[in-house]
Every structure is written in C-alpha cells, then in structure tokens.
Design a binder for this molecule. Structure first.
Ligand code: GUN
Length: 284
C-alpha cells in the first residue's frame, strides 16, 4: 500500500481563501483584523516563523505588526508592551513567539495576554475552555491537524488515536481535541515503556516530538492515518519530520509530508483565530 498524501499546502490555500473573504467582509464594515507578533532575541528559526506569519497576514487582508526586540529586553518591558497591545483596538490578536530568552518567564508573559486576544490559545483561560468544551481559541498546530483529518472526511468516533508528545503547545491540546470528537486517546511520551506496542494499535497517529524517525514503518498498522508535526533537520540539513516518511508511506493509509504538511496549516489556523478574534470583538 502507498499512503495518500494529505497536502497541507493545497488545503491551506483553500482555507486562506475563506479567511481572505471573511476579512474583506469585516473590512467593509470598517474593521481590519490585526495581529501583533512579538519576537525577543535572534533565534533564527523564530525569525523564519514570525516572518511567515506576518506575510500570511498581509497576503490575506489582515493587518499585522512585527515587534522585534533585542535579547536584552526585560520581562517588565515585555509585559508593558503586552499591556499596551491588550488595550489597542486595532489589534485583535497577540502572539509572543516562543522560546523566549531564559531571563523571561514565558508563563508570566502568556498569562498577561488578554484571553480574548490570545490567538495562540496558550492562556490558561483558553486551555481550560478546550478542556471543558467551551468556546475559546484552540492552539493553531493541533487545530490544523484536526482540519487535515476533517479534509479527508475522517470520522474519529471510536477510533484509537495515539499522540506522541505531551507539550502544552501540541500534544496535550491535540489529545483533548481528538477526545472531543469521541476518539479513544493515548498520549505517549519519553517515559512510555513500549511505544511500538501503542502505535501498532492506533488508527490515527500524531507524531509531535521534535526528533526524526520517532515513527518507523514497523510501528504502524496498515491503513493508519499518520500526521507528522515534527520540524527537524536531517544529517544533510534537509527539513524532515518525526516520521520516517519513505518507510511509513508504504504502510499507512494517509500521511502528511514535511515540508508542506502541518507547517502551513499552523499559520492558516493562526489567521483563522485572528479573524475570529476580530469578528468576536465587532459583535460586542
Ligand atoms: N514556537 C513554536 N511554535 C509556536 C507557536 O505555535 N506559537 C508561538 N507563539 N511560538 C511558537
């Protein structure tokens, strides 16, 4: 069997066209959805990500501001910026790119963002809303994975989903989203004793560890859906995911590529959340 590709680039194009349409409707009412992106320090990967986020806003009719601060910025100064953006009516979404330098407490910073502008979905108010199934902002990467499953018409009810990785950004919210769709969910992590025994039972596998070849062909049940959240560099410096793509595609039913899979979907869902924040603010 050769797996069908779930193409995140094509799906993103369709979804971004919808974003652009809704943004244009809002602009006609005098509201331009606005996103503020804050980067502190010179992390090269962060630099690439924030530029892509800002460009995606510009390409789809959203306003965006990139605030890039030197690594010497203090936590108090960053909190003061967030306070100002919380009060700025032209800004509907605030994103502080992680990781932050070690002298800044990332949790303090995230919790300072107004939950109504927390388009990353990292604030405890939004995390709690996801936990109890209330409306809020969902973290963009797992939200994008759910959209990819939706795009193939996959019904999660009663299916066994195995999430590899337990981060606050991907693994934990991913598990809650799958659970909300009535999947039976297993979360595996670095202390899991027999990962292969778990993944072999899975109808859906989400790999979100940040290490190449965490999932190989012998660990996958024939026909399973495999979603690769990883973004790593292999020995030749080429971008690769957590999944051994060439091997696993021979066994899986569906698979997402890296690049061109989850990556573009994360940014697309950020646009969705920002638009949603602007729509909600205009409704009150
Ligand atoms: N760093 C890596 N992924 C993310 C993300 O989704 N949001 C933010 N703010 N920082 C990140």
């Amino acid at each position: 069997m050769t797996a069908q590709l779930i193409d995140g680039t094509t799906l993103s194009k369709q979804l971004r066209a919808e974003v652009a349409q809704r943004a244009s409707t809002l602009r006609a009412r005098g509201i331009t959805p606005g996103l503020a992106v804050i980067q502190v320090g010179e992390n090269p990967a962060s630099q690439v990500y924030v530029r892509s986020k800002v460009k995606a806003c510009e390409d789809n009719g959203l306003h965006s501001v990139l605030e890039h601060y030197p690594v010497t910025l203090s936590e108090a100064e960053l909190l003061a910026r967030i306070d100002a953006l919380n009060k700025d009516p032209a800004i509907h979404g605030i994103l502080v790119q992680l990781p932050l330098p070690p002298h800044i407490n990332a949790q303090e910073v995230i919790q300072a963002i107004s939950p109504a502008k927390d388009v990353d979905g990292f604030h405890v108010t939004n995390a709690g809303a996801l936990m109890v199934g209330q409306p809020g902002f969902w973290p963009c990467t797992p939200y994008g994975c759910m959209k990819m499953l939706e795009s193939i018409g996959y019904n999660l009810r009663g299916k066994h989903a195995v999430v590899i990785g337990r981060s606050n950004i991907v693994g934990k919210p991913m598990a809650l989203m799958l659970l909300q769709k009535n999947a039976t969910v297993t979360i595996c992590h670095s202390a899991t004793q027999d990962l292969k025994a778990m993944t072999l039972q899975a109808d859906v596998i989400i790999a979100a560890v940040g290490k190449q070849k965490v999932l190989t062909a012998d660990m996958v049940k024939p026909g399973a859906v495999v979603i690769d959240v990883g973004m790593n560099r292999n020995d030749e410096g080429k971008l690769c995911g957590d999944v051994d793509f060439d091997g696993v595609r021979q066994v899986a039913g569906y698979i997402t590529p890296v690049p061109g899979g989850v990556g573009p979907m994360t940014i697309t869902m950020l646009l969705f959340n920002t638009l949603e924040a602007a729509e909600r603010s205009s409704a009150c």
